[in-house]
Design a protein around this ligand. Sequence first.
Ligand code: PXP
Length: 239
Amino acid sequence: MAKLGLNVDHIATVRQARGGNEPDPVTAAALGELAGAEGITIHLREDRRHIQDRDLDILRRTVKTRLNLEMAATQEMVRIALRIKPEQVTLVPEKRQELTTEGGLDVIINAKQIADTVKRLKDGGIIVSLFVDPNQEQIKAANKTGTDYIEIHTGAYAEAQLWDDRKRELDNIDTAIKLARKVGLGVNAGHGLNYVNVKALAALGGIEEYNIGHSIIARAMLVGLERAVRDMVELIKYA
Ligand code: PXP
């Protein structure tokens, strides 16, 4: 059955707005796990705009499910990952100016750098996932790097307004899932998923883990984190 990886970056975004120590993403992660999240995801960005090194250190010691660290394939981040040893690293592209991760990795152009990074992380005992668009050439290139998983970037699907566009994006994702599984890759998905658009995606089958942040934290502000997490777990598991 599919799992929810709860992304707690936006708890840290609220904390950083005042530069203090609350709300604490460590507390949110613990509450999320109690409510049924089977993984905790954080993105340690180069500019440390939300998650801080302190969060990663503490979460490594307190997360009881699985810690998934999203990061850029830089020397600094690889050093940090090899010291902290999260269960999984998801490699993502990163631009300083972006509001959030804008697209998948270009695994074709950056094949060597990504393959080297995958190897270093895997040699350190860490499961690796590559964040890619639902594009067949990218998935074939991802497979050549030795990665264990891909995380399909669901942003285009989530942003599609018209039914035809949404259906096309969903078909792209379906094709991507099938190709990835055929070549032996595990499949995760994330970005822009919410309580409405996750249903059709979950009905496709084949996705092991959904990494979802913004919609859950937004709902949690109104109904509480426990209920927000439970509602999403239910949609993912019983689609
Ligand atoms: N997966 C990846 C690789 C991401 O970069 C993000 C955004 O940090 C997410 C999932 C979660 O996206 P959202 O906050 O839109 O649910």
